[in-house]
Design a protein around this ligand. Structure first.
Ligand code: PLP
Length: 393
């Protein structure tokens, strides 16, 4: 006998993975250059040169110690460097002991959720949302409540949100810039969200934590403001990752920030650390703790994403697709050309376009394009998008 829940998670059909496998098979048949795989959110620009240079230098200079265990929350000097960077950028006064280094944003979320969740607790998600949130919340026996999308701008349907918050609401997860829509929450959206949460905290007499999942924080396009959420809502816990900003998804490094201003901050931090311990994380990868700390003021060359975004958005709109303007990340989330987004994604395959249906993100009737690919591939794919649109005429 094995755990039925884990068996189900380990064997469940993943639409993205199936698309990816299909793409590999198809590439063997028609050639890789004729398959247009927009399914995966793997950064396409290399890490800044300083990242590799720093890793090589540290391997040479600290050969005897660099591979050792660090303290469980991460090397104190590395944490302080990351805190200093946040302080410079956001005018804060964080210290090393408010940061807990993790194995990427996925682990940050699991640690925070594991640390917070008590029997009966609920979490609110806004569609479209990153599908793994459900797995992480249900993994710690929390309950998920989804607010349907606000499809004109992918901001927040506040009346649905206000009704969804109850005395059982432990937290709310936001992700801006967003996967899959690319939309950045405006300051106004965040202020309204904060005002509602403050009123609900007062009504129910307990904190409601805003978990801000920010792996795309630095991938924001020209002129788009990504507000620093802890300055808008006191009970914000930040889950961050260097996977996208430094193009390091395989190195697995991120952090949880529990600012001192958070209600019961010391307990929340300690409980997140306890969850990390119970999940067997021990410590985040030691070499990349130091590399990320030295390079945390840098960003991979995001101009490529901005160019790809403009190219695709303009061209798709001209072909008749409805696209909400993204402000960052590297995803577009247009409406599918038929209500059944699964059927639409199937039809796109006939044109060798691999597009992820929106249902998995809680937003049926849409599809996701991950445009973290070579610009040249997008240029060659445009006639396929046109042919796909024409097939619906
Ligand atoms: N959150 C969102 C919204 C993501 O898109 C991803 C990865 O794609 C993650 C979390 C997990 O990131 P990481 O690689 O840092 O675990």
């Amino acid at each position: 006998m094995v755990s039925q829940r884990m068996l189900q998670l380990g064997t469940a059909r993943s639409v993205i993975r199936e698309l990816f496998e299909y793409g590999r098979q198809r590439a063997a048949e028609v050639g890789a250059e004729n398959v247009f795989d927009f399914s995966l959110g793997n950064p396409s620009v290399p890490a800044p040169a300083e990242v590799n240079d720093t890793a090589i230098r540290l391997l040479r200079e600290q050969a005897d110690t660099i591979h050792c265990y660090t303290s469980a929350p991460g090397d104190p000097a590395a944490r302080q460097r990351i805190a200093d960077s946040l302080n410079r950028r956001f005018g804060e006064q964080y210290t090393a002991d408010e940061l807990y280094l993790t194995v990427g944003a996925a682990a940050s979320l699991c640690c925070v959720l594991g640390g917070l969740t008590c029997p009966g607790d609920e979490y609110i998600l806004f569609a479209p949302y990153f599908p793994e949130y459900r797995v992480f919340i249900e993994g710690v026996k929390g309950k998920v409540k989804v607010i349907p999308p606000e499809p004109e701008h992918f901001q927040i349907d506040f009346s649905a949100f206000e009704q969804a918050v109850t005395c059982r609401t432990k937290g709310v997860i936001i992700n801006s810039p967003n996967n899959p829509s690319g939309v950045v929450y405006s300051r106004q959206t965040l202020e309204t969200l904060a005002a509602i949460l403050r009123a609900k905290e007062a009504l129910y007499g307990h904190p409601i934590y805003l978990i801000s999942d920010e792996p795309y924080r630095e991938i924001a396009f020209h002129g788009v403001e990504v507000p620093w959420v802890p300055q808008i809502y006191k009970d914000t816990i930040v889950c961050y990752s260097f996977s996208k900003s430094l193009s390091l998804p395989g190195e697995r490094l991120g952090y949880v920030l529990v600012p001192k201003q958070v209600t019961d901050a010391d307990s929340v931090y300690a409980a997140a650390a306890g969850a990390g311990r119970s999940q067997g994380y021990v410590n985040a990868p030691s070499l990349f703790q130091r590399v990320a700390a030295e390079c945390c003021d840098l960003t991979a060359d995001i101009s490529v994403y901005e160019r790809n975004c403009a190219l695709l958005t303009d061209a798709l709109r001209e072909m008749g697709y409805h696209v909400v303007q993204p402000g960052g990340a590297f995803y577009l989330f247009p409406r599918s050309l038929e209500p059944d987004d699964m059927a639409f994604s199937e039809r796109a395959k006939q044109f060798d376009l691999l597009l992820v249906p929106g249902s998995g993100f809680g937003a049926p009737g849409h599809f996701r394009i991950a445009y973290c690919v070579q610009t040249e591939m997008i240029e060659r794919a445009l006639p396929r998008f046109k042919a796909l649109a024409d097939s619906y005429q």
